[in-house]
Design a protein around this ligand. Sequence first.
Ligand SMILES: *Cc1c(COP(=O)(O)O)cnc(C)c1O
Length: 231
Amino acid sequence: MNTIREHLESVREQIAAAESAAGRPAGSVRLLAVSKTFPAEDVAEAFACGQTCFGENRVQELASKVPALPGTIEWHLIGSLQSNKAAKAAALASWIHSVDSEKLVRKISAAADSLGKTVNILFEVNSGEENKTGFRSADDLRASLEAALALPGIQVRGLMTMAPLGSDETTLHRVFASLRAQRDALEQEFGVKLPELSMGMSGDFREAIAEGATIVRIGTAIFGGRQSLLK
Ligand SMILES: *Cc1c(COP(=O)(O)O)cnc(C)c1O
């Protein structure tokens, strides 16, 4: 069986190859290791191989791992977030990828501000019927961005999406290119920089990198298959 180290090396090589194939500079894509459902020991092993940012999709699991692991780890919350857990998320994570309402923006801002920290946020865009998370309306997204730009404690860094499960190549490229186009349009309209595009998982990160991903969120290809029913 391959080790976490071997998996990480392989994923890094594939990311580098995809960057090069897309004519993008080496190192322009950041690897976020998605450790949900895997124990802290596995995170520690990946950390020992030089991996410093990790993604979790549940606040509860994040809360159990953060204190058990080195303080230099950069934690990203990537799973859908209920607003009653926003304060806890803001305390634990330095990035939240799954912001999908103005209410959430306000809760994260208030919590981060009271802690004296700045949380990097990404707005999640819904890219498929079966996905329940993410903004479905461009107007809601615009209004939330406008609100967020005026609030303390948060910095809007860009957009995030998940391609619909089982998408073919063409659909993947369309979904990822569309996120980039939405980002470009928002940058123009609001006169701000939204440098990050969080898109691409174990099965589709090559397509995402071809379309401009700056953060790929990879779990299975590093840690192996998840047993848990909790996706
Ligand atoms: C689980 C998860 C991932 C990683 O998925 P893999 O297919 O295991 O790489 C990425 N993004 C989100 C939001 C996730 O919940």
